[in-house]
Design a binder for this molecule. Sequence first.
Ligand code: HEC
Length: 110
Amino acid sequence: MKKITMMTKLLMIAAALTFGTLAYAADPAAGKEKSKVCAACHGENGNSQAPDFPKLAGQHGDYLVRALTDYKSGVRKNPIMAGQVANLKREDIADLAAYYSSQQGLATKY
Ligand code: HEC
């Protein structure tokens, strides 16, 4: 009986941690503020006009979170972006993704 109680407690803690993280509401307005350093390369609102720098505007939020998380963990390797994400927290990544995904991506003509 005591074992079950302990297990239940652990499960409750795990659930609290999981849902506590998921419960963070990404804030596009905060993301806009945080995106100022990104604009130098990715352009105003994430509409980069330079072919070397990918457009972020209108990209799916999940994709942006994944890309930034992968740069941070080193799964996706790029020396420029590794430096950009080094100090970003989970919340920053969520806010940035919410901001860029809420922007309209403009088409580029070649
Ligand atoms: C000095 C220029 C520079 C700055 C500043 C910069 N980036 Fe980047 N970013 C790049 C380059 C170059 C790539 C392409 C890297 C690659 O090939 O993986 C890239 C790629 C990305 C990608 C992946 C895009 C895709 O389509 O897969 C995301 C997301 C991203 N940057 C977000 C950001 C955010 C958010 C910031 C600000 C915190 C930022 N970047 C700041 C140069 C920059």
